[in-house]
Design a protein around this ligand. Structure first.
Ligand SMILES: Cc1ncc(C[n+]2csc(CCOP(=O)(O)OP(=O)(O)O)c2C)c(N)n1
Ligand SMILES: [Mg+2]
Length: 666
């Protein structure tokens, strides 16, 4: 303790940081599991950020104009839980810290969005938090452009470790943030030179400062245990018109007498002796989970400060023009505008009567012309495939580093960064993100799709070129196993519409399911309109439905998705001609169909005896619909490079093949 601190009757910076250290090492010890090193090392950085810069109000965790704090190094979850407890978030009482990592507690192993107020995103997969933060910082700029800086004016702070910066996704995120010059993004790098295997020099020699600088960032380096230096660096970063990286040199496990500075503190309890030694070294004589009143009071005072700032802000919102205010509040709540479905219904009716032959990606673009007019908070984008994905409408203006008023983002060739940024936009609130690439490249963004699903955020993935039907680009670009693998993911809706009408319906469903991300798998090649009779009802809402009933007592049911519905319809005509009453079921969404009651499902699927699935993809996952002895016409290998028509013939996905498969089962 310094003399100045000793003379200060109130809690000092060191006391406050040590409270984080003690809670973290004790909670990990009690759980006999967890990561004490990072919170102990980064406690000073976090204390400076929370006490001197972060704008937040624990009594209103969802305050739209709060600063965002993202703990990208999610294994250091006890740092965040300690801060939430100390600053006074409801639901994070001391018992929660004692129940660290236990079933049903708010203190999951890694921070999980929705488990406790104040957790801005789910982190743990390294690099994701950093990349989410880019989306948050982008959303902030876009909303500031729409509503003005009196209403939207906040920073996004990230605490990231060596691991986050080593992950590939960090390149995409850092590059995108630099390109857009997201000046409200400040990354605090817990630069401790240690990862699980040992010193970082075992595996990396990047000059991180030069790397960020090369992407157009402001960079600085500080002693991560010097509060004044950290404070000054953050102040400078806030004033800079570029995103900022502050490399904070820290000692992992700071305070642990024999293990500090070593990977031994990374991911295991310190042990009773080491903890006793740390208490001595830190000057923290208090028992586990006990924070002296004056130290807790100091932290609570920090937490209480935001209330007045928020009240001021609420006054400014209240003073807004009525229409603007209600639009701000509606979009912040994630509610869709009144009447958005009417425009879509009109579109459906027009398409049913015109019955165009259209690729569903083109159909999707037409739907977006209608939807983005009705739902202005939708933010489109593509990972450099705008023309192919049909994600941009005639109304769209792209955001640039100088003007964020547009509604379209050129994410560049950064699928993973795009998906993670879209998670960040959705988490930020106020905007609904959708973005495109080829379906085959869901593999390039799958970790972020998984987090959309785990967090239950409405992110809409427009994934075009959804089968061998894309043709000449060949097997590298032809998804075969992707639908199956995406359908395996919990809380993800995978839509594969068959025509323009289903495309409109699936878009509507993706928007309505506000706790679930959606994939729209769309064709490159043209498909006919099959739904030529207008229904006001959204038939895709039940996942699958009878598109064409058998003319007599049903003997066979063909179940198809997307572009293969046309093939099933042609096969049905042949089978009916041969005296075999056959129904065609369109199954645009397996997940929604699975949610229907059994009687509906059985009625749609018909007798088990003869069901034949038709999808230009692998069979995995289909047996739930067609049963293990059902027929299937699809793919069991990678595709090939040739015109689409030739490929369908070559791989035997034809009406004749469906007829033969059906007859073989009769
Ligand atoms: C994508 C991903 N890969 C691997 C891991 C497992 N993991 C957790 S922490 C860690 C090392 C991280 O090092 P650093 O960020 O420097 O954290 P520190 O050891 O300094 O706390 C690894 C490999 C992970 N959580 N996410
Ligand atoms: Mg490290």
């Amino acid at each position: 303790m310094t003399l100045a601190e000793a003379l200060d009757p109130t809690a000092t910076h060191t006391d406050m940081a040590n409270a984080i250290r003690a809670l973290s090492m004790d909670a990990v010890q009690k759980a006999n599991s967890g990561h004490p090193g990072m919170p102990m090392g980064a406690a000073d950085v976090a204390t400076v950020l929370f006490t001197r810069h972060l704008k937040f109000d624990p009594s209103a965790p969802d305050w739209p104009d709060r600063d965002r704090f993202v703990l990208s190094a999610g294994h250091g979850s006890m740092l965040l839980y300690s801060l939430l407890h100390l600053t006074g978030y409801a639901g994070m009482d001391i018992d929660q810290l004692k129940a660290f990592r236990q079933l049903g507690s708010h203190t999951a192993g890694h921070p999980e969005y929705g488990h406790a107020a104040g957790i801005e995103t789910t982190t743990g997969p390294l690099g994701q938090g950093l990349a989410n933060a880019v989306g948050m910082a982008l959303a902030e700029r876009m909303l500031a452009a729409r509503y003005g800086s009196r209403i939207v004016d906040h920073y996004t702070y990230v605490l990231a470790g060596d691991g986050c910066l080593m992950e590939g996704i960090s390149h995409e995120a850092v590059s995108l943030a630099g390109h857009l010059r997201l000046s409200r993004l400040i990354v605090l790098f817990d630069d401790n030179g240690i990862t699980i295997d040992g010193k970082t020099e075992l595996s990396v020699h990047d000059n991180q400062l030069m790397r960020f600088e090369a992407s157009g960032w402001h960079v600085a380096r500080v002693d991560g245990h010097d509060p004044a230096a950290i404070d000054a660096a953050i102040t400078t970063a806030r004033a800079d018109d570029r995103p900022s990286l502050i490399a904070c040199r820290t000692v992992i496990g700071y305070g642990a007498p024999t293990k500090a500075g070593s990977e031994k503190t990374h991911g295991a309890p310190l042990g009773e002796d080491e903890i006793a030694g740390a208490r001595k070294k830190l000057g923290w004589p208090y028992p586990p989970f006990e924070i002296p009143d004056e130290i807790l009071a100091a932290w609570r005072a920090v937490g209480a400060r935001g209330e007045a700032v928020r009240a001021d802000w609420e006054g400014r919102v209240a003073a807004l023009d009525n229409d603007v205010r209600s639009e701000f509040e509606r979009t912040a709540a994630g509610d869709l505008p009144l009447g958005w479905e009417a425009a879509l219904d009109e579109f459906k009716a027009a398409m049913s009567s015109e019955a165009p032959k259209l690729a569903t990606r083109v159909a999707s673009q037409k739907v977006l012309e209608v939807l983005t007019a009705a739902v202005p908070e939708m933010v489109g984008g593509s990972a450099d495939l705008t023309g192919s994905n049909g994600t941009r409408t005639s109304r769209h203006v792209a955001v640039t580093r100088d003007d964020f008023s547009g509604g379209y983002v050129n994410y560049g060739v950064r699928e993973h960064g795009m998906a993670a940024a879209m998670n960040g936009i959705a988490l930020h609130g106020g905007l609904i993100p959708y973005g495109g690439t080829f379906l085959v490249f869901t593999d390039y963004c799958r970790p972020s799709i998984r987090l959309s699903a785990l967090m239950g955020k409405r992110v809409i993935y427009v994934m075009t070129h959804d089968s061998i039907g894309l043709g000449e680009d060949g097997p590298t670009h032809q998804p075969v196993e992707h639908l199956a693998s995406l359908r395996a993911m919990p809380n993800l809706l995978v839509f594969r519409p068959a025509d323009v009408v289903e495309t409109a319906e699936c878009w509507a469903l993706a928007l309505k399911h506000d706790n679930t991300p959606s994939i729209l798998a769309l064709t490159r090649q043209g498909v006919p309109t099959l739904r030529t009779e207008h229904t006001a009802e959204n038939l895709c809402a039940r996942g699958g439905y009878v598109l064409a009933e058998a003319s007599g007592k049903r003997k066979a049911t063909l179940i198809a998705t997307g572009s293969e519905a046309e093939i099933a319809m042609a096969a049905r005509a042949q089978l009916e001609g041969d005296g075999i009453p056959t129904a065609v079921v369109s199954m645009p969404c397996f997940e929604l169909f699975a949610q229907q009651d059994k009687s509906y499902r059985n009625a749609v699927l018909g007798p088990k005896s003869v069901r034949v699935g038709v999808e230009a993809a692998v069979r995995l996952g289909w047996d739930a619909l067609i049963c293990s002895d059902g027929g299937f016409v699809g793919m069991d290998s990678f595709g090939a490079s040739a015109p689409a028509g030739k490929l369908y013939e070559h791989f035997g996905i034809t009406a004749d093949a469906v007829v033969a498969e059906t007859k073989s089962k009769l």
